[in-house]
Ligand binder design. Sequence first.
Ligand code: C5P
Length: 220
Amino acid sequence: SWPVITVDGPGGAGKGTLSRMLAEHFGWHFLDSGALYRITGYACLQAGVDWADEPAVAEVARQLDTRFVMGADGEVGVLYAGRDVTAVIRSEEGGRGASVVAAQPSVREALLERQRDFRQAPGLIADGRDMGTVVFPDAPLKIFLTASAEERARRRYEQLRGKGESVSLPRLLEDIKERDARDSSRAIAPLVPARDAVVIDSTATPADAVFEAVLLEASR
Ligand code: C5P
């Protein structure tokens, strides 16, 4: 089957940036698995389904009418029911919803095959939390990218400010720590590096140096 490089780690560690650089470099497909959980949370809001109602949320996840499209700027756009929901699902609220529905086993199960379907010629870069542990356990290269919570909050702050959103840094740091705790303590697919993952700490390492380090691993 086609090769996969998995890129897992906490939010804000730079997975998205690294994954896009790798996908472009190799000319491979790109799976943004977090977006699937974000769209599920969003679709629940649209359908009036409570995020805590696991069977109903899983049904929403199974039915998800979504598509990813490559924008001219190299950013991946997310369509839900034919509408562009990229900005809505990337909000802090979108992240919270994703994190809540992602803790439900039947929701993860409902999204499993959809994620594996992204593995197509000539290869795939898979960005998420459990790409190397659950979704693509046979991936030949697994990266676990991390950074301190303070640095991740700072990056998120810059990103949101760049978009003209007013946010508070302490509030972001609190959100990040809360989400870390929920993601790593949940019973299903907790956020932990795969046993065979290469762990990279990006706290003091710029994106292009992280990219070079991964290329080196890929050439081994
Ligand atoms: O990566 P992103 O911030 O878009 O992910 C949003 C949320 O979705 C995460 O906080 C996590 O709870 C969940 N998620 C997950 N498994 C993945 C990707 C995302 O549980 N593979």
